[in-house]
Design a protein around this ligand. Structure first.
Ligand code: DAH
Length: 341
């Protein structure tokens, strides 16, 4: 009996536990209820009574060695590095990383730019922090025009010797900069962000995007304006859209108009988005006011031109069925991820 215990002791000592499978095999061979240590314990009954305590002690020591070995192995396999190496399942398919993509506003702006580029327009940009003069005065806004009101405009500094500074409320001041810096003929579009101090809701936000257009040459007429807008609208909204020009007023154009397209969601039949009218307003436009030309050093007797300005964000919302304009400005990855490249 002692010999059997001793040889098992040696076997247990020599057993190398390198991984979880070895550990399981070890337990199964030696320490489970029907294992080899238990088998020796069951022989204890048949041992002579006087020798039983001694042999019992040997058996207990054997059991202890085995248990300690199991405990040590358990600790090794559940150490942080061991746990980590066990947690990696190399057979799992890889997790795809999200790669950055173009923001939906930039997508739509990109399309708009491309359409005008093909018609010969180049791109001009201007600063978002603008002088009151360029945003209002040069564009023929009278001093008491309501658009200058604190309610609409974010003023940055007032009473500056160089003039008040504000966040531009439209892209039209870029027209002024282009006319001041260039001689006609001029054919530019000016895309960019604009700011208005309005109540924030799902439909309006304090910042949004506009795309301005300006064409100055000899003998430019309202018919040229119409043809350009029509060509743009057909490419942007679909070849069967109809256009409607409504008389309107802007200080910087005369005559002025607002342009509607047939609602491209319901095809002009009338729906919730177009408020049953069948039309969606897309831009303001008109012939550049002689005062604006004069302010910018261009002789309105020699040159004439048209201008237009459109909002970009509404088209983005309708195109992608987004129901809250704020989502366009929050850069929430959960939203952006839905617009893969
Ligand atoms: N700046 C105008 C606005 O923000 C839009 C606009 C209307 C621009 C008519 C133009 C124009 O160039 O001719 O509401």
């Amino acid at each position: 009996m002692e010999e059997a215990i001793l040889s098992l002791q040696q076997e247990i000592n020599a057993f190398e536990i390198r991984n979880a499978r070895d550990l399981e095999a070890f337990r199964h061979a030696y320490t489970v209820r029907k294992g080899r240590i238990a088998a020796l314990f069951s022989q204890l009954k048949s041992v002579e009574a006087s020798r039983r305590p001694g042999i019992g002690q040997l058996l207990n020591a054997l059991k202890l060695t085995a248990d300690e070995k199991i405990e040590a192995a358990n600790a090794a396999f559940s150490s942080p590095t061991a746990r980590k190496s066990q947690a990696i399942d190399l057979t799992l398919p890889g997790r795809r990383e999200f790669s950055g993509s173009e923001h939906p506003v930039q997508k739509v702006l990109g399309e708009m730019k491309q359409i005008f580029h093909a018609m010969g327009f180049s791109i001009a940009t201007g600063p978002e922090l603008e002088l009151d003069r360029n945003n209002f005065d040069m564009l023929n806004f009278p001093p008491d025009h309501p658009a200058r009101d604190m309610q609409d405009t974010f003023f940055v500094t007032r009473g500056n010797p160089g003039g008040d500074v504000l966040l531009r409320t439209h892209t039209s001041p870029v027209q002024v900069r282009v006319m001041l810096d260039n001689k006609p003929p001029i054919r530019v579009i000016c895309p960019g962000k604009v700011y208005r101090n309005e109540a924030i809701s799902s439909r309006s936000y304090c910042v949004f995007h506009q795309l301005e257009g300006l064409y100055i040459d000899k003998n430019v007429s309202f018919a040229d304006l119409k043809a350009t807008i029509f060509s743009f609208a057909r490419q942007m909204f679909g070849t069967d859209v109809k256009l409607r020009f409504r008389p309107s007023f802007f200080p910087f154009t005369e005559p002025s108009a607002e342009v509607d397209v047939t609602c491209y969601l319901c095809g002009g039949k009338g729906c919730r988005v177009c408020k049953k009218s069948g039309w969606l307003e897309i831009m303001g436009c008109g012939m550049v006011h002689p005062n604006v030309m004069r302010n910018c050093g261009i002789d309105p007797e020699t040159w004439s031109g048209y201008a237009f300005g459109m909002g970009v964000d509404r088209t983005v919302l309708l195109r992608y069925k987004i129901d809250d304009i704020r989502l366009l400005f929050e850069n929430d990855a959960r939203m952006l991820r839905q617009f893969p490249a």
